[in-house]
Design a protein around this ligand. Structure first.
Ligand code: MN3
Length: 242
Protein backbone atom coordinates (compact mmCIF):
# COMPACT_ATOMS: atom_id res chain seq x y z
CA UNK A 1 0.00 0.00 0.00
CA UNK A 2 1.26 3.37 -0.98
CA UNK A 3 2.19 4.79 2.41
CA UNK A 4 2.74 2.64 5.44
CA UNK A 5 1.00 3.50 8.64
CA UNK A 6 4.37 4.22 10.23
CA UNK A 7 5.27 6.69 7.46
CA UNK A 8 2.01 8.56 7.71
CA UNK A 9 2.29 8.67 11.48
CA UNK A 10 5.69 10.29 11.07
CA UNK A 11 4.25 12.86 8.68
CA UNK A 12 1.37 13.66 10.97
CA UNK A 13 3.67 13.96 13.97
CA UNK A 14 5.97 16.28 12.04
CA UNK A 15 3.20 18.55 10.83
CA UNK A 16 1.54 18.67 14.24
CA UNK A 17 4.83 19.53 15.91
CA UNK A 18 5.50 22.17 13.29
CA UNK A 19 2.08 23.68 13.78
CA UNK A 20 2.51 23.74 17.53
CA UNK A 21 5.93 25.37 17.54
CA UNK A 22 5.80 27.41 14.38
CA UNK A 23 9.03 25.83 13.15
CA UNK A 24 7.96 26.02 9.50
CA UNK A 25 8.29 29.83 9.60
CA UNK A 26 11.11 30.09 12.14
CA UNK A 27 13.65 27.99 10.22
CA UNK A 28 15.04 29.38 7.00
CA UNK A 29 15.95 25.89 5.73
CA UNK A 30 12.56 24.39 6.49
CA UNK A 31 10.14 23.48 3.71
CA UNK A 32 7.83 26.33 2.69
CA UNK A 33 4.70 26.61 4.81
CA UNK A 34 1.45 25.24 3.56
CA UNK A 35 -0.33 28.57 3.51
CA UNK A 36 -3.48 27.41 1.76
CA UNK A 37 -5.12 24.31 3.18
CA UNK A 38 -6.17 21.82 0.53
CA UNK A 39 -9.91 22.05 0.94
CA UNK A 40 -11.86 19.00 -0.02
CA UNK A 41 -14.29 19.25 -2.93
CA UNK A 42 -17.21 17.17 -4.13
CA UNK A 43 -16.07 15.03 -7.06
CA UNK A 44 -18.57 15.01 -9.96
CA UNK A 45 -20.28 11.73 -10.71
CA UNK A 46 -18.59 9.87 -13.59
CA UNK A 47 -22.04 9.36 -15.18
CA UNK A 48 -25.41 11.16 -15.37
CA UNK A 49 -27.79 11.14 -12.40
CA UNK A 50 -30.21 8.92 -14.30
CA UNK A 51 -27.51 6.61 -15.72
CA UNK A 52 -28.06 3.86 -13.15
CA UNK A 53 -31.84 3.65 -13.70
CA UNK A 54 -33.81 1.55 -13.06
CA UNK A 55 -31.60 0.18 -10.29
CA UNK A 56 -30.87 3.57 -8.68
CA UNK A 57 -33.33 6.34 -9.52
CA UNK A 58 -32.25 9.80 -10.64
CA UNK A 59 -33.94 11.64 -7.76
CA UNK A 60 -32.19 9.55 -5.11
CA UNK A 61 -28.86 9.86 -6.93
CA UNK A 62 -29.22 13.65 -7.21
CA UNK A 63 -30.14 14.21 -3.56
CA UNK A 64 -27.59 11.66 -2.37
CA UNK A 65 -24.74 13.30 -4.29
CA UNK A 66 -25.59 17.03 -4.18
CA UNK A 67 -27.04 17.13 -0.64
CA UNK A 68 -25.74 14.25 1.46
CA UNK A 69 -22.26 13.88 0.03
CA UNK A 70 -21.87 17.66 -0.32
CA UNK A 71 -22.75 18.08 3.36
CA UNK A 72 -19.97 15.67 4.40
CA UNK A 73 -17.49 17.67 2.30
CA UNK A 74 -18.69 21.02 3.70
CA UNK A 75 -18.59 19.85 7.31
CA UNK A 76 -15.15 18.30 6.85
CA UNK A 77 -13.83 21.59 5.43
CA UNK A 78 -15.39 23.53 8.30
CA UNK A 79 -13.80 21.25 10.88
CA UNK A 80 -10.35 21.31 9.29
CA UNK A 81 -10.30 25.09 8.86
CA UNK A 82 -8.77 25.23 12.34
CA UNK A 83 -6.14 22.63 11.32
CA UNK A 84 -4.86 23.56 7.85
CA UNK A 85 -1.78 21.43 8.56
CA UNK A 86 -4.02 18.37 8.63
CA UNK A 87 -6.10 19.46 5.63
CA UNK A 88 -2.92 19.31 3.56
CA UNK A 89 -2.77 15.52 3.98
CA UNK A 90 -4.63 13.02 1.81
CA UNK A 91 -7.94 12.17 3.47
CA UNK A 92 -7.10 8.46 3.41
CA UNK A 93 -4.04 9.15 5.59
CA UNK A 94 -6.14 11.09 8.10
CA UNK A 95 -8.60 8.19 8.31
CA UNK A 96 -5.79 5.61 8.67
CA UNK A 97 -4.40 7.65 11.57
CA UNK A 98 -7.73 8.80 12.97
CA UNK A 99 -6.89 7.88 16.54
CA UNK A 100 -3.77 10.05 16.49
CA UNK A 101 -5.62 13.19 15.38
CA UNK A 102 -6.30 16.05 17.81
CA UNK A 103 -9.46 15.59 19.85
CA UNK A 104 -10.84 18.82 18.34
CA UNK A 105 -11.16 17.26 14.87
CA UNK A 106 -11.33 13.53 15.62
CA UNK A 107 -15.12 13.15 15.51
CA UNK A 108 -15.52 15.43 12.48
CA UNK A 109 -12.90 13.51 10.48
CA UNK A 110 -14.44 10.20 11.54
CA UNK A 111 -17.97 11.20 10.50
CA UNK A 112 -17.57 13.74 7.69
CA UNK A 113 -14.16 12.65 6.45
CA UNK A 114 -15.38 9.06 6.48
CA UNK A 115 -18.57 10.16 4.74
CA UNK A 116 -16.63 11.94 2.02
CA UNK A 117 -14.19 9.07 1.42
CA UNK A 118 -16.87 6.37 1.54
CA UNK A 119 -19.14 8.15 -0.95
CA UNK A 120 -16.30 9.05 -3.33
CA UNK A 121 -15.36 5.36 -3.46
CA UNK A 122 -19.01 4.32 -3.82
CA UNK A 123 -19.75 6.56 -6.85
CA UNK A 124 -16.57 5.51 -8.58
CA UNK A 125 -17.41 1.82 -8.04
CA UNK A 126 -20.69 2.00 -9.96
CA UNK A 127 -21.35 2.11 -13.68
CA UNK A 128 -24.33 1.70 -16.00
CA UNK A 129 -22.29 -1.02 -17.71
CA UNK A 130 -21.38 -2.71 -14.41
CA UNK A 131 -22.41 -6.04 -12.96
CA UNK A 132 -20.06 -8.31 -14.89
CA UNK A 133 -17.88 -10.38 -12.50
CA UNK A 134 -14.11 -9.72 -12.62
CA UNK A 135 -12.10 -12.24 -14.63
CA UNK A 136 -8.51 -11.24 -13.80
CA UNK A 137 -6.48 -11.35 -10.56
CA UNK A 138 -9.42 -10.15 -8.42
CA UNK A 139 -11.70 -12.77 -9.94
CA UNK A 140 -9.12 -15.44 -9.08
CA UNK A 141 -8.62 -14.12 -5.53
CA UNK A 142 -12.39 -14.07 -4.97
CA UNK A 143 -12.69 -17.69 -6.10
CA UNK A 144 -9.79 -18.72 -3.86
CA UNK A 145 -11.21 -16.91 -0.83
CA UNK A 146 -14.96 -17.38 -1.21
CA UNK A 147 -15.19 -20.44 -3.53
CA UNK A 148 -17.14 -18.41 -6.09
CA UNK A 149 -18.06 -14.88 -7.13
CA UNK A 150 -21.71 -15.57 -6.29
CA UNK A 151 -20.80 -16.67 -2.75
CA UNK A 152 -18.79 -13.49 -2.21
CA UNK A 153 -21.63 -11.39 -3.62
CA UNK A 154 -24.14 -13.13 -1.37
CA UNK A 155 -21.96 -12.52 1.71
CA UNK A 156 -21.46 -8.86 0.79
CA UNK A 157 -25.21 -8.31 0.39
CA UNK A 158 -26.15 -10.43 3.42
CA UNK A 159 -23.79 -8.39 5.62
CA UNK A 160 -25.55 -5.23 4.42
CA UNK A 161 -29.01 -6.70 4.96
CA UNK A 162 -28.08 -7.76 8.51
CA UNK A 163 -26.43 -4.48 9.52
CA UNK A 164 -28.41 -2.80 12.29
CA UNK A 165 -28.97 0.90 11.67
CA UNK A 166 -26.95 2.90 9.14
CA UNK A 167 -23.58 1.98 7.71
CA UNK A 168 -21.73 0.24 4.91
CA UNK A 169 -21.00 -3.28 3.73
CA UNK A 170 -17.52 -3.77 2.26
CA UNK A 171 -15.21 -6.01 0.29
CA UNK A 172 -11.80 -5.15 1.73
CA UNK A 173 -8.18 -6.19 1.58
CA UNK A 174 -6.46 -6.76 4.92
CA UNK A 175 -2.81 -5.97 5.66
CA UNK A 176 -1.77 -9.51 4.62
CA UNK A 177 -3.46 -9.09 1.25
CA UNK A 178 -6.47 -11.27 2.05
CA UNK A 179 -9.96 -10.42 0.84
CA UNK A 180 -12.68 -10.10 3.45
CA UNK A 181 -16.27 -8.94 3.84
CA UNK A 182 -17.03 -6.60 6.71
CA UNK A 183 -19.39 -3.82 7.73
CA UNK A 184 -18.84 -0.46 9.40
CA UNK A 185 -21.43 1.56 11.32
CA UNK A 186 -22.34 5.15 10.42
CA UNK A 187 -19.59 6.64 8.21
CA UNK A 188 -16.67 4.77 9.79
CA UNK A 189 -14.00 4.00 7.21
CA UNK A 190 -12.35 0.57 6.88
CA UNK A 191 -9.06 2.51 6.60
CA UNK A 192 -9.24 3.22 10.34
CA UNK A 193 -9.18 -0.56 10.91
CA UNK A 194 -6.14 -1.00 8.67
CA UNK A 195 -8.33 -2.41 5.89
CA UNK A 196 -8.25 -1.19 2.31
CA UNK A 197 -11.80 -0.88 0.93
CA UNK A 198 -12.16 -2.22 -2.62
CA UNK A 199 -15.90 -1.66 -2.91
CA UNK A 200 -18.51 -0.54 -0.40
CA UNK A 201 -22.29 -0.37 -0.57
CA UNK A 202 -24.10 2.43 1.24
CA UNK A 203 -26.85 0.99 3.44
CA UNK A 204 -28.08 4.26 4.92
CA UNK A 205 -31.80 4.77 4.26
CA UNK A 206 -30.98 7.96 2.31
CA UNK A 207 -29.41 5.69 -0.32
CA UNK A 208 -32.67 3.90 -1.12
CA UNK A 209 -35.74 5.10 0.75
CA UNK A 210 -37.39 7.13 -2.05
CA UNK A 211 -37.51 4.14 -4.40
CA UNK A 212 -37.30 1.12 -2.13
CA UNK A 213 -38.80 2.46 1.15
CA UNK A 214 -38.00 -0.19 3.81
CA UNK A 215 -36.91 -2.83 1.29
CA UNK A 216 -33.18 -2.68 1.90
CA UNK A 217 -32.65 -6.16 0.48
CA UNK A 218 -34.22 -5.15 -2.85
CA UNK A 219 -31.99 -2.07 -2.99
CA UNK A 220 -28.87 -4.14 -2.28
CA UNK A 221 -29.75 -6.65 -4.99
CA UNK A 222 -30.25 -3.73 -7.39
CA UNK A 223 -27.09 -1.79 -6.55
CA UNK A 224 -25.03 -4.96 -6.89
CA UNK A 225 -26.11 -5.07 -10.55
CA UNK A 226 -24.28 -1.81 -11.27
CA UNK A 227 -21.00 -2.47 -9.43
CA UNK A 228 -18.20 -1.78 -11.89
CA UNK A 229 -16.00 -4.81 -11.20
CA UNK A 230 -13.47 -3.66 -13.80
CA UNK A 231 -12.74 -0.59 -11.68
CA UNK A 232 -12.75 -2.61 -8.46
CA UNK A 233 -10.33 -5.09 -10.01
CA UNK A 234 -8.00 -2.25 -11.08
CA UNK A 235 -8.07 -1.01 -7.47
CA UNK A 236 -7.15 -4.51 -6.27
CA UNK A 237 -4.29 -4.88 -8.76
CA UNK A 238 -2.83 -1.51 -7.72
CA UNK A 239 -3.11 -2.38 -4.02
CA UNK A 240 -1.42 -5.78 -4.21
CA UNK A 241 1.35 -4.41 -6.46
CA UNK A 242 2.49 -1.82 -3.87
MN1 MN3 B 1 -24.89 7.90 1.57
Amino acid sequence: MRLSRRDTLKILALSSAAAATGTWTARADAPPPTTTPVLFTLPPLPYAYDALEPHLDAQTMTIHHTKHHQAYVDNLNKALAIHPDLAAHPLDDLLRNLNDLPESVHTAVRNHGGGHANHALFWSSLSPSGGTPPTGPLGEAITTTFQSFDTMREQLLQAGKSLFGSGWTWLCLDTRGNLMITTTPNQDSPLTRDLLPLVGLDVWEHAYYLKYQNRRADYLDAVARVIDWTTVEARYIEAVAD
